[in-house]
Design a protein around this ligand. Structure first.
Ligand SMILES: C[S@@+](CC[C@H](N)C(=O)[O-])C[C@H]1O[C@@H](n2cnc3c(N)ncnc32)[C@H](O)[C@@H]1O
Length: 231
């Protein structure tokens, strides 16, 4: 049976509660995000981050907030439960960073319009799994970015291990079948092609670029679309 959103939010809260004690939390930012933000791969990108405001939607352990903090940015974030916000606030303070973290979701970000210079959403947006919800999530990302602000998103691409054995329910909906993953039964949104990513993000953003990272990790393949653009 398909998981409801509440069940899925509870499962994530449990996942992070069970994480190792302070100092043993996963702290490594996503390397492709570092490349996108710091490297010379995104034409016209403004790499003056210090003092600007960044939000991480679905920040999880706060790994990418550490990156944003190390760039001198003011830190904000949204997660699916207060519990995760409290835990990650504590983790970040352990490493010397202060962050304003609030409960919310892709489609409900509790900050005013035009708040942020940068928005990161790393492996999070596909939990909004209907076309309508996906479009609302993207519009919500655009709402909280300042005009000219930039987003950095990653989302599952077709060969990602999480989609192995999934049941396709409609053009973009895949029910996770992996028995070795706590997300079994959850429905993911899969764009399926770079053209579809462009189509969805292009409705709310300009200068949209779509890249892809595929890692063959011996026993499993990780495969993501990376997306950036401006409001
Ligand atoms: C695969 S983890 C990624 C965490 C982190 N961004 C990273 O890169 O390590 C997915 C995260 O999305 C959060 N999440 C799940 N559904 C969400 C939703 N509808 N809106 C916002 N975040 C959600 C989960 O709590 C979880 O922390």
């Amino acid at each position: 049976m398909q998981k409801t959103e509440t069940k899925s939010f509870d499962a994530w809260t449990d996942f992070y509660s069970a994480a190792p004690a302070i100092g043993k939390w996963p702290l490594w930012p996503a390397e492709p995000l570092i490349r996108m933000m710091r490297g010379n791969y995104v034409p016209g990108i403004d790499k003056e981050y210090a003092g600007k405001k960044a939000i991480d939607v679905g920040f999880g352990s706060g790994n990418n907030l550490l990156l944003l903090g190390s760039l001198g940015m003011e830190l904000y974030g949204v997660e699916v439960s207060e519990n995760i916000c409290e835990q990650t606030t504590e983790q970040l303070s352990h490493y010397g960073y202060k962050a304003d973290l609030k409960a919310g979701s892709n489609r409900s970000i509790p900050y005013p319009d035009d708040s942020f210079d940068v928005l990161v959403s790393w492996n999070v947006i596909h939990y909004d799994n209907t076309e309508e919800h996906m479009q609302q999530a993207i519009a919500e990302y655009a709402r909280v970015l300042k005009p000219g602000g930039r987003f950095f998103v990653s989302t599952v691409a077709p060969n990602n291990k999480i989609l192995l054995g999934a049941k396709q329910l409609s053009a973009h909906q895949f029910e996770i079948g992996r028995t070795d993953d706590f997300r079994k039964g959850e429905v993911f949104f899969s764009f399926g092609s770079p053209e579809n990513v462009q189509k969805f993000f292009g409705r709310s953003f300009k200068d949209v670029l779509v890249g892809r990272v595929t890692e063959d990790l011996f026993v499993d393949v990780l495969d993501w679309y990376m997306v950036t653009g401006r409001k």
